[in-house]
Each structure stands twice: as structure tokens, then as C-alpha cells.
Design a protein around this ligand. Structure first.
Ligand code: ATP
Length: 486
């Protein structure tokens, strides 16, 4: 362990740790961690769009001018090797990352978000059209810049103390071998490749492997990350790594970790293309109890996850008034289905979701059953009644109800809401009420709402009809308004 520490502290130059099955197996001689790897360059040419390649080359040039070494790393390198589209650049520099990020902003434009505490910065740019359609709607193109750093965990499962370091030390602090490779992009040495822990081998074998035995104790969020990558790529968590997960779960490591970090990892899982795969794997590894001890995932939820995806796809095409939908939130509602309102409040308190998200989750728990029952009832339910049920709900909640309901009639009503009722506008407005001598106030909203309900039920066609009905509403509410007006 001492030799390993020396190497990681840069005293053991010329030697590298040899990790086998996540354990230190010995110390090998190091020639240089960087080697030429023509295969990765040809993969890069095949998968990275030309303009992005030019941007990467330019960044390498700026690094030369700044006199620092710059590397692509993490998910970007992993995904090039897998041939998966991933245009977010993960950069690590041996030098001042924030300064370098400022240079990038000057040269490339965009908005810079600096995290001074961690010595990192993210350059965010509008999704360039030359990258083709973005993978997620409303995506942005991001360049993350971090200084090569070494993390020391003073206590397990707390945030580490961060210090500047060399590339190897930076790679050693990473989660899994497949995320711990780096590709140099300085012009003079473009394409030199560092793979100190067998990331390439594990990618070929389809294996998720931690870098050292203390990894999950240092940062238990990796337990969730392991599942996310395993299920996303159809890999398997390597046996020893899985044993370490089981060990960490038994030790209830999460108790000691900040809940917000679990929340962020959970959201990332729920944003995956097929989140149910990871969610069920979490169940198998007993990880769900860290969300809530009473959380039980029924088998039937699998179908609901799939239905929700279909509903959302349909919504994005067919809805007359489309809003930006938080897909992960729909998946979360499905995931916590068995929790009652009280248990849900415990989850909300633990993870400190934003007010808006917490409001949506509460709204689902409070309304879902009632709305679903009302919408499923036979006989005539007027469009205005459907509108009254659904309009106040967040659309994530309505989509979740749509995915969950087994009732054809409820689904038809929800579809009608999204494709028709929700797009109906009045031709009259507050000015028309004012002309009737009513002084402005909350009553305006009430009057307009009543007219809208009548229109939804197909009883008003023209503006004249609306005006006539509006006057009727006013008269029924307060007699002849003209007489009452001051
Ligand atoms: P994705 O494709 O989901 O964005 P990613 O690998 O790019 O995956 P990020 O969360 O963006 O994931 O992290 C970037 C890199 O930072 C990772 O590839 C990994 O090397 C490192 N990393 C992120 N989180 C951790 C962690 N908890 N522990 C160690 N290394 C981490």
C-alpha cells in the first residue's frame, strides 16, 4: 500500500500500480502511461463529426499556446471506443482548468459556469445544427474542463479533499476502468492514449470494474453509477465489484452520504433511455432501500415504464400545447408508486427536490387515484369536466396517469384533453368584461372560465355567442351589472 501511495504521490516515478479484479496485484515498470493507439484515432474519425473534430484540434492548439497538457477523458473516450454518439467533451488539463476554460470561452463563445470549489468549469453552447438532431430535446453542447486532480477521502462517504495532480492520479480517482482512459489532444502529441487500468480490455469484455477495493466506501454514489452503466451498455458488473457493492450495501454506506448526491445519481438513472432496467437491477442489489426503506417495486411497474415512454412519444407529436416534460419525473412517480403520501413526504424531505418537483410529486400522490377513477367512469363525462380534472395537473402527472390506467375510456379522454380541449381559446377577454362595467378583479377569471367550459362543451361557436353567454354569466352572478357599476 505504501508503494501505491508513493506512486500516487508521484514519488514512485517509473512504476505503475497493476490492478487485477479491482485489487492491487503488484507494481509494474512504467515506460510512459501514454502510448500511440491508431485504433482510437480511426474510431474517432469514424464517429466524431468533422466540425467537432476541428473544434477538438483547435482546443489542442489553445492548450499548446497555454503550455499545458490537455486530454479528452471519461464518457467521451469511452463512447468513441464503443461507437456511441456522445458529443459532450470531458477535458482534463494538467494546469489551471478555470483559466483554460476562460480561454475556450473567448475562442469558442458560449456561457461559462465555474465551480471554483472543485477547480472545474463547464462551457455551455447552443446545440450546433452541424451535430445533427440532439439526442434529448433542448440539449446543449457542453465542454467540461477539470484540472487533473487527486482526491483524498478523509472519512469514507464524505466529499474528498481535492489537490492538483498528474493525469495518472486523476484517472485513479475515477469510478470505473471504462471511464478512466484519456486521449491527449495537444497538437504535438495528438492521439496519445492513457489506459492505466485496463479500460479498453473491460470495454471489449463488457465489464464494469472499480479501480480499487475502497472505491465504494470512498464514494457510494458509484453503486448507482455501476448499475446505470451496466444496464445502459448491456454490460455486467464484474464479480468482485459486485461483491464490494453487496458489502457496501450491507454496511448501509448511504446513511453517511449526502442525500443530494444520491438524488442526482437517481435522476441520471431515471433519465436513461430504458430506466426500468437499472431500477430493477437496483432492486436486485437491494439499493432501493436507500431511496425509502418501504419502497417495493412491483413487477407490473415494468409495463408502466414502457407505457409512459409510448405516451410521451405520442404527446410530443400530438399535443396541441406542448410543454417541456421532465421524463425522469414521470419515471420517478412510477418508481415510488407503492409509497403513500406520508412516506412520499419522507422521500421529499430526504432528497430536497426543488419546490416545483416536490409540488408535482405531491399533486400526483393526492390526485391520481381520484382523477383516474373519475376518468374511467362510464356514461357521459362532458369535455369541460375532463378539462376541469386535468387542466390543473402538471402534465407529467397526467402523462403518468395515462400510462398507468388500464381503462380505454380514461385514455381516450386524456388524449382528447391533450389534442383538443387544452388548445381551445376564447375569442373574448377581460376588455369585453370591462365594457360591461365590471371593475377588474379575480371575478374576471371566474367569468372567463365559465364561458370557456361552455365553449368546451360545444355550445358556443362565434365571438357573438361567447359575448352573449358572458353577459348571461354576469347577470346570473350579480344581476344587471350596469346598474351596479359605480
Ligand atoms: P454519461 O454518458 O452518463 O454522461 P459520463 O461518464 O460522461 O457518463 P459524468 O457523470 O459526466 O459521466 O462524469 C464524467 C467522468 O467523470 C466519468 O466518466 C468518470 O470518469 C468521472 N466521474 C464522474 N462521477 C464520478 C464518481 N462519482 N466517482 C469517480 N469518478 C467519477
Amino acid at each position: 500500500m505504501r508503494i501505491l501511495k508513493d506512486i500516487m504521490n508521484n514519488k514512485g516515478r517509473g512504476r505503475v500500480p497493476v490492478i487485477k479484479n479491482g485489487k492491487l496485484a503488484g507494481i509494474g515498470a512504467r515506460i510512459d502511461v501514454l502510448e500511440k493507439m491508431p485504433r482510437i484515432l480511426s474510431k474517432m474519425r469514424a464517429f466524431v463529426p468533422k466540425k467537432l473534430m476541428r473544434t477538438i484540434n483547435a482546443i489542442g492548439g489553445y492548450a499548446d499556446v497555454a503550455g499545458i497538457n490537455a486530454f479528452l477523458t471519461g464518457g467521451f473516450v469511452r463512447d468513441i471506443l464503443l461507437g456511441v454518439k456522445n458529443y459532450d467533451l470531458d477535458l482534463v488539463v494538467e494546469g489551471d482548468a478555470i483559466l483554460f476554460a476562460k480561454i475556450l470561452k473567448e475562442k469558442l463563445g458560449g456561457t461559462l459556469v465555474v465551480h471554483r470549489k472543485f477547480g472545474t468549469a463547464t462551457l455551455v453552447k447552443k446545440w450546433p445544427s452541424w451535430l445533427g438532431p440532439s439526442i434529448h430535446p433542448d440539449s446543449e453542447f457542453k465542454i467540461d474542463v477539470a484540472a487533473a486532480r487527486k482526491e483524498k477521502y478523509e472519512k469514507p462517504a464524505t466529499l474528498p479533499v481535492v489537490r492538483a495532480s498528474s493525469l495518472e492520479q486523476d484517472l485513479y480517482r475515477r469510478d470505473f476502468t471504462i471511464n478512466a482512459m484519456a486521449l491527449k489532444i495537444n497538437r504535438s502529441d495528438f492521439g496519445s492514449f492513457a489506459d492505466c487500468f485496463g479500460g479498453m480490455r473491460d470495454l471489449e469484455k463488457g465489464v464494469i470494474r472499480i479501480l480499487h477495493d475502497k472505491s465504494f466506501l470512498d464514494d457510494p454514489t458509484r453503486i448507482f453509477r455501476a448499475v446505470r452503466f451496466e444496464q445502459r451498455f448491456g454490460f455486467r458488473i464484474e464479480k468482485h465489484t459486485e461483491r464490494l457493492i453487496q458489502h457496501a450495501v450491507k454496511q448501509e454506506m448511504f446513511r453517511r452520504m449526502e442525500d443530494q448526491r444520491i438524488r442526482e445519481e437517481l435522476i441520471l438513472i431515471l433519465k436513461e433511455r430504458h430506466p426500468e432496467k437499472a431500477v430493477y437491477r437496483m432492486k436486485q442489489l437491494h439499493e432501493l432501500r436507500f431511496i425509502h426503506p418501504d419502497l417495493i417495486l412491483k413487477r407490473s411497474a415494468k409495463r408502466t415504464f414502457r407505457e409512459a415512454r409510448k405516451c410521451l412519444k405520442w404527446y410530443r407529436v400530438a399535443a396541441v400545447r406542448k410543454r417541456k416534460i421532465d421524463e425522469w419525473l414521470i419515471n420517478f412517480l412510477i418508481m415510488i408508486e407503492n409509497l403513500d403520501l406520508y412516506q412520499t413526504e419522507e422521500v421529499l424531505e430526504k432528497f430536497i427536490f426543488t419546490n416545483n418537483v416536490a409540488m408535482q410529486i405531491r399533486s400526483y400522490k393526492e390526485q391520481e387515484r381520484l382523477v383516474r377513477r373519475r376518468l374511467s367512469q362510464g356514461g357521459k363525462v362532458s369535455p369541460s369536466l375532463v378539462y376541469r380534472f386535468l387542466e390543473p395537473l402538471p402534465q407529467e402527472v397526467t402523462l403518468c396517469i395515462m400510462a398507468k390506467t388500464g381503462s380505454g375510456v380514461a385514455r381516450r379522454r386524456i388524449r382528447k384533453f391533450f389534442t383538443e380541449y387544452n388548445g381551445i381559446d376564447l375569442q373574448i377577454n377581460g376588455h369585453d368584461i370591462k365594457k360591461e362595467g365590471i371593475s377588474p378583479g379575480p371575478r374576471y377569471k371566474e367569468i372567463l372560465r365559465k364561458v370557456l367550459y361552455e365553449k368546451l362543451d360545444g355550445k358556443l361557436r362565434t365571438k357573438k355567442d361567447e359575448l352573449k353567454y358572458m353577459r348571461k354569466v354576469i347577470a346570473s352572478e350579480c344581476g344587471n351589472p350596469r346598474k351596479q357599476a359605480p
